[in-house]
Design a protein around this ligand. Structure first.
Ligand SMILES: [Zn+2]
Length: 248
């Protein structure tokens, strides 16, 4: 599947649509009649082209593009039963064929977006169900700290779906399974604090994935150390309602 290509199509569609003009005008009775005839023809051509495309695809496995439809339209206009299509501007009819092509492209892109969203949602549901089933207590930060999951293979999926949605699912599933979800204040320095000795370093830039505590000499994996701190803080909250916001 060529996602990049499809996004490009979507982008072009937007570009073209944004160029449309809006204006108001007051037609004479004669103009009004011609307009309504034109709208009727345009609608007819749209439906006719849609049917032609659908038939070609299902009967012959063939895709019809603008130039194919345009050629078919020329023939259609010569048929005795549809010769009245010549009474209106051919530009309007051609334009409608282009619209049909664009609508198709738009639907295709929308379908792919929906599919991706479904897959992310499905992934998240499986993850939250597993987390809830396997753990009595889940401790997490109330707001996503980007670096927390940066190196993790789940990071991308969680980031796409949104941390808020992950938390929401954990919370309602916790009530089903009688589990406890504790949220830690976002100001708790879970990444900067050494889990072993409690020392808090002044800075912990995002790119640092492993670090050594200057106080006790222990070497930490950034994510694991932070997770241990968050769990400890969560358990402390449960044990005695301790305020985990440290003096900073
Ligand atoms: Zn330490």
């Amino acid at each position: 599947m060529n996602l990049f290509y499809l996004h490009t199509v979507c982008y072009n569609v937007t570009m073209k649509t944004s160029k449309a003009y809006r204006f108001r005008f007051y037609p004479t009775a004669e103009q009004a009649q011609l307009l309504s005839r034109t709208f009727g023809c345009v609608r007819y051509v749209y439906n006719w082209a849609l049917k032609a495309k659908t038939d070609a695809y299902y009967n012959e496995g063939k895709r019809l593009y603008y130039k194919d439809l345009s050629a078919k339209l020329t023939i259609l206009k010569q048929q005795p039963g549809t010769v009245w299509l010549n009474e209106v501007s051919s530009v309007a009819l051609q334009q409608e064929l282009r619209h049909l092509e664009r609508d198709k492209a738009r639907v295709k892109v929308a379908k792919i977006h929906a599919k991706i969203a479904d897959r992310r949602q499905d992934f998240l549901h499986k993850l939250t169900t597993r987390l809830i089933r396997e753990n009595q207590v889940i401790s997490l930060e109330s707001l996503q700290v980007k670096n927390r999951i940066q190196n993790h293979h789940l990071a991308k999926s969680i980031a796409d779906v949104g941390w808020g949605e992950l938390v929401r699912q954990l919370e309602y599933k916790a009530t089903w399974y009688e589990r406890t979800v504790v949220k830690i204040d976002k100001f708790y320095p879970s990444s900067k604090r050494c889990y072993d000795c409690g020392h808090i370093v002044s800075k912990m830039p995002l790119h640092i994935r492993k670090w050594t505590c200057p106080e006790c000499g222990e070497t930490h994996d950034r994510d694991i150390n932070a997770a241990q701190n968050i769990l400890a803080a969560g358990l402390a909250v449960l044990a005695c309602g301790e305020d985990v916001r440290p003096g900073r």
